[in-house]
Each structure stands twice: as structure tokens, then as C-alpha cells.
Write a protein that binds this ligand. Sequence first.
Ligand SMILES: Cc1cc2nc3c(=O)[nH]c(=O)nc-3n(C[C@H](O)[C@H](O)[C@H](O)COP(=O)(O)OP(=O)(O)OC[C@H]3O[C@@H](n4cnc5c(N)ncnc54)[C@H](O)[C@@H]3O)c2cc1C
Length: 602
Amino acid sequence: MASNGVLDARERSATLSRLTAERFDVLVIGGGITGAGAALDAASRGLRVALVEARDLASGTSSRSSKLIHGGLRYLEQFDFKLVYEALHERDLLVSKLAPHLVKPVSFLYPLYKKVVERPYVGAGLALYDAMEGTRRPVPHHRHLTARGALRLAPALSPARLAGAMRYYDAQVDDARYTLTVARTAAAHSAVVATRVSAVSLLRGPDGVRVTGARVRDEETGRSIDVSAEAVVVCAGVWTDLVHELAGVRAGYRVRMSKGVHIVVPRSAVQADTGMIVRTDKSVLFFIPWGERWIVGTTDTDFTGDRAEPGVGAEDVDYILAAANRVLVRPLLRSDVIAVYAGLRPLVEAVGEVNGSKGAKGAKPTTKVSREHVVDVPVPGLASIAGGKFTTYRLMARDVVDAAVADFDREVPSSVTDQLPLLGADGLAAVQAGAGRLAEDYRVPYAVVEHLLSRYGTLAGEVLDLIAADPGLAQPLADGHPYLRAEIVYAVTREDALHVEDVLMRRIRLFIESADSGIGVAAEVALIMGRLLGWSRRRRAAETRRYLDLVAAEQTTPAGASAGGASAGGASAVGASAVGASAVGAGAAVPDAVLAGAAAAG
Ligand SMILES: Cc1cc2nc3c(=O)[nH]c(=O)nc-3n(C[C@H](O)[C@H](O)[C@H](O)COP(=O)(O)OP(=O)(O)OC[C@H]3O[C@@H](n4cnc5c(N)ncnc54)[C@H](O)[C@@H]3O)c2cc1C
């Protein structure tokens, strides 16, 4: 064990030196959940591992999901029993053993509208869903409800046509935080984790065929580094085809991108004490409780634009609002929308022989393309994986590492990650039981300890130690949000945050939780980060500006139209609400004020 999983942004040059100096058994390309999982899987088998991520950990799809750890009820309808069975077993393992601090049970109401036919059909599906669980059963079984019972739990539902409901349980997670925690756990098993480092070409051995590493570029300086490894594992999500191209290989599958958009609305906009799932013409719509908010989504449409910025269009938001309003008694308005975000599903389509599980074929609608994963070894020394779900990342990681080490000239132990709690999980119950004492010892409110435990598990004490050393860090970062200034320091010194967006979009989630996307505190975050990373006044202003530009790009339609813009018809699109008003629609006024704050501070 090299370290306790500390990813210190201040030590970045030492991390990069290790990339050049060491020879690795496995080099992982991509720091989403699949790549972080593969790094952990390989490192915990005793292999020497490096992971390079072109942007920030989880900056791709792995921070933009519905944040459910679930079997996927709708896949039962597609007879994808294997996927559902595996996913439910994974869900139970994560909730009960591997990450109980991060993966938490959540209940869903499934309203029924067809009196006679629907209940037996959905009931049978849910009975099967429950029966497929593992033996741990960390979440309760489903229950039948009358229409009156459903309305008691969810007064937001329109009583018209409501025939009853089912209530069942799944689990939810902060996807970006989970990915980060997996990467840190890999680092705790000696993996070298380097962000803002892109693979730009693959190295070949003396035979000109076998892949023996990768040339990578440090995106902060432009410097190139050759990283040697016995095998390279590609976990690049929707970028996978591009990595195959730069490697000059033809894999047995292609990635088909499907865009999914979510909107975020205040909790008060939908009165319900449970999550909800409702049928739509094409798929299902989730109302997912998220602290003081709801995440509502998602869409599922083919996508061919810029992978880094899928963008949210007015039509995406309108689709979600219309689908939601079909079941709500008080309709959701555009002005209810606090935030929007888009992600790209890396679905797989087989184009030939694939060395792994089967791939989905043909030009089906994206809703019908299988969520199973595909592993391929297109040339010796190179294994690649795509498809799958966040929920099944551990199995995906196991499969791709198995493929990568299959031709090693020595025995490599099997995967042990089903036995390996993530950082922050071990001893959680005792730390939770002592939460009151922690609050007294550190002289912070009990709610602060609860908040930290739910994000860092047993590592919460590390954040509290920062507060003990500098009580000013106990101050909340933004009014109405639980995040503390100490968490910014922690993000830089333990969680590898290099830029303001790493903090506001992924370490804490103000980008999706705050009506101003976190713009109002961007300068403050730059100030705290800058003290640690030695940023000048000019650099702080540049970092703040960079964040504002990113927010604008993320919340703008791919065609470039303003998300809050009049082009889509008055107050259309993503709201008259804050997204449009502060980040995109109102243009330069807010950014200038924020930048002035950045320059004045400190
Ligand atoms: C809208 C939506 C909702 C979803 N909801 C759920 C859900 O509720 N539950 C669930 O289980 N699953 C869900 N999923 C699926 C799940 O989110 C994805 O399967 C998963 O996040 C994919 O992770 P990944 O690591 O494969 O890809 P990514 O997270 O995209 O990671 C790939 C990484 O590779 C990096 N990269 C690319 N090229 C290079 C290079 N040359 N060098 C270095 N790094 C590179 C990228 O920067 C990126 O960070 C959802 C997906 C979407 C889009």
C-alpha cells in the first residue's frame, strides 16, 4: 500500500514523474467509472497500474447519469434477464458491503392507470425483480397500493385515471463522487492516477504489433510522456472509437452515442415522499429525490455532435416537462427548472467477431439497444470495453482486466473487488454511531457531521481535521447548501481537483443543485484553490472565467442557440429560470461582477 488514497493536486508533477519512471503491468485509458473500476480491479490483484484521464475523473458520462444503482425495471420488459440479475446483485453488494456510505436505498412509486391489466403485469415484473435479488436483501420488497394510498405518498400525482400504484426499492448514488472514491481506492492500492493527461497514440513492441504502452500528453503543459505497460486497457466510454482510431486498430464493436437529458427542480415543485417512475411513449421517466431537489429524466436520442459538450436543447426540456405533466396535478413549468444536464450513453453495436459478451446489433432505437457490455482484444496488449451501466461497473472492470492479463506469462490472481469495501466504508457503522460525539469534539453542528459522513464515510474525520486546524473552513460555501469551505480544501489536497469546474461540477454538485449553477461562488472557490495551488490574481480570474464559459457551453444547445434564449420562443428552453438568467441568457453582466470579485478577493 503506497498511500491512503490521497490524490493531492499539489503533487501533480510527482505523479507525472512516476508515469515516466515506472513500468506498469496495466495502463488504463479513461477515468470514468469503468476506468476507475478497472484500475482498482487490477491494482487489487497486485498489479502495477497507471490510469490516465484526459479531463477530470468522471467528467464524461460518469457524472451525468440518473444516479441510480438499479436492476433496471424496464430491461425486464426487454427480456434482458441476465443484465437485471447481475445489476441487482451488484446493487445489493454496493449498498450492504462495498459502499454503504455512498449508495443508499431509495423508493419509487409506479402509478397504475389501467385497472385490470396493469397491476398483474407490473406486479409480476416486480415480484421477479425482488426474486432476482441476492441473499443480502438490503432494500425492502415491493408493495401494492390503492389509488388513495398512492396519493397519500405522492399528492403531486393527478388523481384522474389513477387506478393504484406499486412501491418498490432501488438505490441511488452521487455518480461523480462514487467514481472519485473508486479511483482513490485504486490509489490506496498503489495505482498512479493522473488527470488531464490524454492518450494520444499507442506504443508498439519490437514486433510492431503488440501494444506496450501509450504516448500521453499532459493537457496542462502540452508535454508528451511515454508510459510503458504490459497491457493497455481502453475505458474511454463514448470516446472509445476515437482511441481505437488513434491506435490504428479495428475493434469488433462500435460505440453508438445516445444523449440523455435531466432537469432539476425544487423539491417543493413536486409533492411526494418517494421517488416516482412513470411510463412514457418511448421509455420511462424518473422523478429522483436529490436532497432538496428532484432530478427528472431522462431522454434517449441518437447523438453525433461534440462528445465533450452534448448540450441541452429546448426540445429536450420540453419533452421531459410534457412527460412529467401527463401525471402531475400541478404542472411543472419552465420557470421551475433550476438546472439541466446532458450525458451520452456509450451503447455498443457489434461490427464483427467480438471477444467477450455479445454486442447489440442493428439500427434499433437507442431505447432498445442492449445495456450489456462488450470486451474486445483487437491486438495483443490492448483490451477495450464499452457499453454497460454504472451499476455493473465492477463486473465490467473484472472482465476487461481478465482479458488484458489473459496472455501474461505469469498467473494473475482473480478479481477480489467483491471483497473490497471502498475508502470510507470500513467501520462505517461505528463512526455513524459516534456522530454525536464527533460533533461535540469538533464543535460543529450534528447536521455537518451527518453531511460529511454521507459524502466521505469514515474519511469524514479528515475534513473535520481541516476545520479543527482552521475554524473558518467550517463556514458554508453558499447559502442554502450544505457544502463547507473545508470541502474545497479537501477536494484539492485529497481529491485531485485542479480547476474550479472540478470542484463545482463534480466534487460538490452546485452546478446541478444551485439556481445559478455555482457561478456566484466561483470566485470564492478560485480563491481557496488558488491559495493551495499558488494561483496569481490573474490566474484566479482566468479560472473563474473558464468556469463561466463551461457553464454556458454545457447549458447551451449543440447548435449554439442559447438555452435560455428567445430563439426557441420567449421564455422557452431551460428556463426563464436561473440557468438561462444567470449563466447563459443574461450574458456578460453576471460574469463581469463575478470576475471583479475574483480579482478583488485576496
Ligand atoms: C443520461 C444517462 C443516464 C444514465 N443513468 C444511469 C443510471 O441511473 N444507472 C446506471 O447504472 N447507469 C446509468 N447510465 C449509464 C452510465 O452512466 C454509463 O454507462 C457510465 O457512466 C459510463 O462510464 P464510462 O467510464 O464507460 O464512460 P465515461 O464516464 O464517459 O468515461 C470515459 C472517460 O474516458 C476519458 N477519455 C476519453 N478519451 C481519452 C484519452 N484519449 N485519454 C485519456 N482519457 C480519455 C474521458 O474524458 C472520460 O472521462 C446513464 C447514462 C446516461 C447518459
